[in-house]
Design a protein around this ligand. Structure first.
Ligand code: SAH
Length: 255
């Protein structure tokens, strides 16, 4: 193991599996994570867990299964993360910032000492839905044959974690993390930004800019905008202050 690797806070990375059907895939994913030096597994509504099948497939990574966190929703699972990368085999209706597995490894290792990071994987049969994909700052696609582009879930986990591991071995960790202190504010976590989106939505409805009965793609586009910017805590507080003043102005006018 390269000496520099120990400087990387890989314990800030979590692998999130959404609504997994086959417990064997959970076990095989845990094993892939352990092979590649990761240990935080989060499960969103797993269909069959805890499970002896998962334990069997995990081999020496049973400890990862035992310490796995279980969540009711992806929103909750990634609420403490300031970088969320969703793995998806398909491109979607609204294009999202895309990364290759190599680029996602660079992005993660550059930020991992400053931010909690989630790498999110979808259901075996249907992947991640649009609402879930919108929680990501980036999507990562593993290049594969066009007529068979969807990998087995645990194989996809292995490819993404392998890229991360490979880069962590090869890189000068100091180089990777040197820019991390450069920003004066912490990036907002997904949970904090969710409060902002709800607030913004309320105000857009109050000023008749947004009609929830006919939403078109407004909310998706707003989410994409702010996810692309990677807003920091101070910037978000300024925007929320503006929204609160708009609400107060509306109230005054009504009275
Ligand atoms: N049939 C599903 C794919 C499910 S595979 C679909 O069409 O979306 C289970 C999960 O593995 C996916 O949700 C994704 O997170 C990951 N995965 C599989 N193949 C991938 C690929 N080529 N690139 C990125 N992620 C992939």
């Amino acid at each position: 193991m390269a000496i520099g690797r120990f400087m990387l806070a890989l314990n800030n990375v979590k692998v999130v599996l959404v609504n997994t059907s086959h417990p064997g895939n959970i076990g095989a994913s845990a094993r892939a994570m352990k092979n590649m030096g990761l240990s935080n597994l989060a499960l969103v509504q797993p269909k069959d867990f805890p499970s002896g099948v998962a334990v069997g497939r995990a081999a020496s990574a049973v400890d990862i299964l035992e310490s796995a966190e279980i969540f009711d929703s992806l929103e909750q699972a990634v609420s403490d993360c300031a970088l969320v990368i969703c793995a998806s085999a398909r491109s979607r209706k609204i294009p999202w910032p895309m990364l290759t597995p190599e680029e996602s490894a660079i992005k993660i290792l550059k930020e991992v000492n400053a931010n909690k990071v989630a790498i999110v994987f979808g259901r075996e049969d249907a992947g991640l839905n649009n609402d879930e994909l919108q929680l990501g700052h980036f999507h990562v696609q593993i290049p594969a044959e066009e007529n068979c582009s969807s990998l087995n879930l645990a194989a996809a986990v292995l490819v993404i974690c392998y890229e991360l591991y490979k880069l962590s071995l090869r890189s000068n960790s100091k180089e990777l993390i040197k820019d991390q202190d450069h920003w004066d504010q912490k990036l907002a976590t997904n949970g904090e930004v969710e409060y902002f989106y709800k607030h913004l939505e309320r105000v857009m409805i109050a000023i008749d800019f947004h009609d929830p009965e006919n939403p078109r793609q407004l909310i998706q586009r707003v989410r994409r905008l702010f996810n692309r910017i990677r807003i920091d805590v101070m910037e978000m507080n300024i925007l929320r202050g503006i929204l609160s003043n708009v609400e107060n102005a509306i109230k005054k006018k009504e009275n």
